[in-house]
Design a protein around this ligand. Structure first.
Ligand SMILES: NC(=O)c1ccc[n+]([C@@H]2O[C@H](COP(=O)([O-])OP(=O)(O)OC[C@H]3O[C@@H](n4cnc5c(N)ncnc54)[C@H](OP(=O)(O)O)[C@@H]3O)[C@@H](O)[C@H]2O)c1
Length: 330
């Protein structure tokens, strides 16, 4: 068949051309991501004898991260809010790597009481913690107040990780050298500071702004944790995993979920989204680096201006210490 007759044949219907274009575009996107990703396969870090805690480990990025840490010999605590979903993830990871040392812990990060119970149990099981990945988060939930008087999205995405990190501080320090990784989002730049949001008050928030603001607070407090933990061997950084096709928008309307599914051809999958988190967990060159925000291509990047202000972070710290009653603990 000559080239001309091939090009003019019926095969080239608009639908077929569109399909090829989508395929080429997807190929292009995948190759571009491949170039941005850190080379996980060639990282020799072995985690035998280390303990890692991953919140929201039953799905998406958290599950991939947990699986890789376990594959490298770490004892991994899967911190999940649902026993059933957590057990399912544990079974899957165990089936993928038979020697994996996994422990399931139940925690609802939106509840300070639950975080305290979890931390109490965890500290009995693991007196030393080498890695804490604050991964769990919710998105797309309209303003809701928890029974403890906290706004649900802020409670889950910011107050829970803040309290957990503080309660595990001793175990992190005992490890000699430990890393804390906070999952932020590039969307934090659309957030703004208002401490009153934590209790559901403050300036009104437009659609999904509670998510953006909660990530802004988490990014800001990362710097404050780093300043306070300087010289203890514990580093604290935040990272943007990129736009990743996971269950993160499960609370959105069907319209957004369908759009996200269509978009999924052009965005990262959970393995690609886990890559920058694993970079911060495993890479030797990150040793000693603290208080930074890493982009989804593993580069230290300035976060939103508001998240760089140490006075804002300090005020946020004081407000959250009060809110979580940590001031009464010392
Ligand atoms: N996907 C993206 O495009 C994207 C972009 C930027 C940042 N991120 C960040 O990446 C992290 C991981 O998200 P993902 O994309 O992997 O989404 P995901 O699959 O929905 O994972 C979120 C995890 O958090 C858990 N979780 C939610 N609320 C919780 C609570 N109150 N207590 C304990 N666990 C809770 C969920 O558990 P259940 O299964 O029980 O709900 C789930 O395991 C999040 O911090 C997210 O903000 C994601």
């Amino acid at each position: 068949m000559s080239l001309w007759s091939l090009l003019s044949s019926q095969v080239w219907s608009p639908g077929f051309v569109l399909l090829i274009l989508v395929f080429l575009l997807r190929l292009n996107v995948r190759l571009r991501y491949r170039c941005q990703l850190w080379d996980l396969q060639h990282c020799p870090t072995d985690l035998t004898g280390k303990t890692a805690v991953v919140t929201g480990a039953n799905s998406g990025i958290g599950k991939v991260v947990s699986q890789e840490l376990a594959r490298r010999g770490a004892r991994v605590i899967l911190a999940c809010r649902s026993h059933e979903r957590g057990q399912r993830a544990l079974d899957e990871i165990q089936a993928a790597s038979r020697d994996a040392c996994l422990l399931l812990g139940e925690v609802d990060l939106s509840s300070m009481a639950s975080v305290r119970n979890f931390a109490r149990w965890l500290l009995q099981e693991c007196p030393e913690i080498h890695l804490l990945v604050n991964n769990a988060a919710v998105c797309g939930i309209p303003k809701t107040l928890s029974s403890e008087g906290l706004e649900f999205t802020f409670a889950t995405n910011y107050v829970g990780p803040f309290l957990l990190t503080n309660l595990l501080r001793g175990a992190l320090q005992r490890a000699g050298s430990a890393r804390v990784i906070n999952l932020s989002s590039s969307w934090h730049i659309h957030g703004y500071f208002d401490e009153e949001h934590l209790t559901g008050a403050g300036r009104p928030l437009t659609f999904n702004q509670n998510y953006y603001c909660s990530k802004l607070l988490l990014t800001s407090i990362t710097g404050e944790f780093a300043r306070r933990l300087q010289g203890t061997g514990v580093t604290v950084n935040s990272v943007d995993p990129g736009v990743v096709y996971t269950g993160i928008i499960k609370e959105f309307s069907w319209f957004y979920r369908v759009t996200f599914w269509l978009w999924s051809f052009f965005i990262r999958d959970p393995t690609e989204g886990a890559n920058p988190v694993l970079y911060l967990s495993l890479e030797k060159e990150v040793d000693g680096i603290s208080g930074k925000y890493f982009s989804n291509s593993c580069v230290i990047t300035p976060p939103a201006k508001a998240a760089q202000d140490p006075y804002v972070a300090q005020s946020l710290w004081n407000a959250t210490i009060k809110l979580t009653n940590l001031d009464l603990m010392d």
